[in-house]
Design a protein around this ligand. Sequence first.
Ligand code: HEM
Length: 201
Amino acid sequence: MAAIDSVAPQAALAGRLLEDGAGLIAQEDALSLVRLLWLASTATTERTIGHCLLRLVEDSGLLRRLAAEPTLVPAFVEEVLRLTPPENLIQRRAVADASIDGRAVRAGDLVQICLPAANRDPAHYDVPDELRLDRAAAANLSFGSGIHQCVGGPMTRRVVAAAVAAFVQRFGDLAPLRLAGEVKWVHAMVVCAPREFRIAR
Ligand code: HEM
């Protein structure tokens, strides 16, 4: 938090929040928003780029296909987001007794929605485990849903697509890439993402 606060004044957003919200938003609230946006945006985007690049290194056919048809990059990013979202769980506290698909939920219970599972619902996706570039855009839940749906979704999709497009352009020629050594993972209940991997030809 201290590190984020120390660079916050350099972020255009913090200045805008304080300027436009003068008299409405206290400095502490503006800082708190910068912290929230920073924490919500950096690791999620980084992990998604990691997942995308790992897929492309492991599947040279897919890499060549995207190099030949760069307009498919957004569909590829969407499928990677669907199959391997950077956050696995959305959590809610039940405010009233309810029933979900026949299971009783009591007021106060913690309900955890497992996004990689929800995004593989066979009622919504044919061959759900397969990465397909021709899926009709059935919405996935990787950015959540409803009032708390991710505000960064449209921007981050473009950022990831730009990173993938640059990678594909640089490495999408015929010499296949390979992993040089083991992939190191961040492996926890809430996150499963590549932390570090090295690439060679
Ligand atoms: C691949 C990248 C990202 C993914 C998968 C992602 C995912 C999510 C999810 C699932 C939620 C909903 C959490 C809930 O309902 O409890 C959420 C909320 C949020 N996200 Fe993202 N996010 C990403 C990138 C970003 C970026 C780039 C920003 C900011 C620029 C951002 C800002 C936020 C904020 C502020 C919320 C809270 C919204 C609210 O509670 O009203 N996220 N995100």
